[in-house]
Design a protein around this ligand. Sequence first.
Ligand SMILES: CC(=O)SCCNC(=O)CCNC(=O)[C@H](O)C(C)(C)COP(=O)(O)OP(=O)(O)OC[C@H]1O[C@@H](n2cnc3c(N)ncnc32)[C@H](O)[C@@H]1OP(=O)(O)O
Ligand SMILES: N[C@@H](CCO)C(=O)O
Length: 393
Amino acid sequence: MGGPGAAPAPRPAAGAGAARRAAPPPPPDPVGGRRWFALPGPLALEAGGTLPGARLAYQTWGSPRPDGSNAVLVLHALTGDSHLTGPAGPGHPTAGWWTELVGPGRPLDTERWFVVAPNVLGGCQGSTGPSSAAPDGRPWGSRFPFLTQRDQVAAEVLLADALGIDRWALVVGGSMGGMRALEWAVAHPRRVGALLVLATAAAASAEQIAHASAQLHAIRADRGWHGGDYHHLPPGRGPHRGLGLARRLAQITYRSEPELAARFGRAPQHGEHPWRGGRFAVESYLDHHAAKLAHRFDAGSYVVLNEAMNAHDLGRGRGGTAAALRRAAVPALVAAVDSDRLYPPRQQAELAALLPDADALRVLSSPYGHDGFLLESAQVAPLLAELLPGARR
Ligand SMILES: CC(=O)SCCNC(=O)CCNC(=O)[C@H](O)C(C)(C)COP(=O)(O)OP(=O)(O)OC[C@H]1O[C@@H](n2cnc3c(N)ncnc32)[C@H](O)[C@@H]1OP(=O)(O)O
Ligand SMILES: N[C@@H](CCO)C(=O)O
């Protein structure tokens, strides 16, 4: 384990009033600009057992003030990564997923704010997941343990400790990133200066679990899955068909019915005829997203992250949702996307009502459905400005 970037030296665990100074992060990997943080010991997991030898990949922009007071934590969604801003290129198969919002002179101005974006634990873009080598040198595969959002946040807390960040000025996340942002605020309210969550929920709903369940069946039904132990096989022999089918099922939920109708209607794919072995344009669109994800994402990580999302329940062991959210007494904004059929606005309305210091629910008007939190930058910018004094709108 380890990785090209030297990990910052572990620091004492967070404690009441522990004095910390923000540490300049180690030099980034020259390809892709990622850094690596090796967890100082085995991570104790909520479901039992430990994860030894884990690391988090992360990227940073801007410079930390000595007291760390300008640090902002941005948490990505299911298939996102630490590449928050910038073009696709070596080390980054996709362009930054919030490029319009993060950078010099942009709403989250990296000349002023020190922005940190980790790749989630269990993922496949630098952080330890099923495709990573276990301490015995073989891929974790089916041996990778069950993770929860709380475990993923526990790893991020260790990263914050290592960077010397006592308290984030803002923790922000959408969808799966919003689940982790909420966990940060509920479990560590003193370390969260403000909270912005978009298109997310206090707990995974029956329908969200149902959608994920169908996707996980698609992956596990692929002959290339091999019970999760396929990472040693040559490229193309793993469960890429199952992962592609999972992405097709998911992509439909990420967009809205009116958008698909307006954009594709019943049109055939250019040069094809649906009655003669060809495809409708919308089928081709789903095929495209399936192929792209299968090229860039690990099916084992997809399973681990979806299972963690299914387990998401802020109220577990905390006396229920309302009692859990009462702990998160930090200035907060909750945003919904009006056309989101996967994380319907009623879930964000619940969060806005139960978070003790949240303003009224903000609703992004968008034709795009759930993906609106990634696409409606002009409507997200003012929310950042409300929570970050002096941020640009
Ligand atoms: C942080 C995160 O959550 S994710 C990080 C980045 N996210 C991803 O890569 C996830 C996958 N992508 C998405 O979720 C979405 O594409 C977003 C939100 C990132 C972007 O949404 P949009 O800009 O609206 O892209 P859209 O969904 O329309 O897809 C556009 C692609 O479909 C392709 N496409 C459109 N119509 C068709 C068609 N009929 N046949 C085949 N391909 C088609 C386009 O050529 C384009 O391809 P490209 O992405 O390779 O350039
Ligand atoms: N497009 C997003 C949707 C999940 O929030 C992703 O792939 O992560």
